[in-house]
Design a protein around this ligand. Structure first.
Ligand SMILES: [Zn+2]
Length: 110
């Protein structure tokens, strides 16, 4: 189930979704946003759209490692957007997948 969500999130990122700085209000999971819809990759909930600001909403509770991972993800999703080579895209997606999993694990330990 969670694996499906991670895959879906990776697909969304591939299709131009962005990573949300704000964690999921239900489970503090990582969320991706596309066309105003935020999807939590942890619990799969899509909270009703309201002013989800992508502006520097730094997660106060995020640990330094988490912040680093999220920054990395942002960079990777930008790379993914620019990459036209399918094999390289797959490589980036794999990295994104493992990063997302790592973030989830970090959160789970809190
Ligand atoms: Zn959630």
């Amino acid at each position: 189930m969670a694996e499906d969500l991670t895959k879906k999130a990776a697909e969304m990122l591939l299709n131009g979704a962005t990573l949300l700085g704000e964690p999921c209000p239900y489970c503090s999971g990582v969320r991706v946003m596309k066309e105003g819809q935020a999807l939590c990759i942890s619990c799969g909930r899509q909270p009703e759209k309201k002013d989800i600001s992508t502006s520097e909403s730094t997660d106060e509770s995020a640990s330094p490692i988490e912040k680093t991972l999220q920054k990395k993800l942002t960079i990777l999703s930008a790379e993914l957007e620019q990459e036209s080579d399918h094999e390289k895209q797959q490589g980036i997606l794999k990295t994104i997948n493992s990063l997302l999993e790592t973030i989830e694990k970090t959160k789970g330990k809190q």
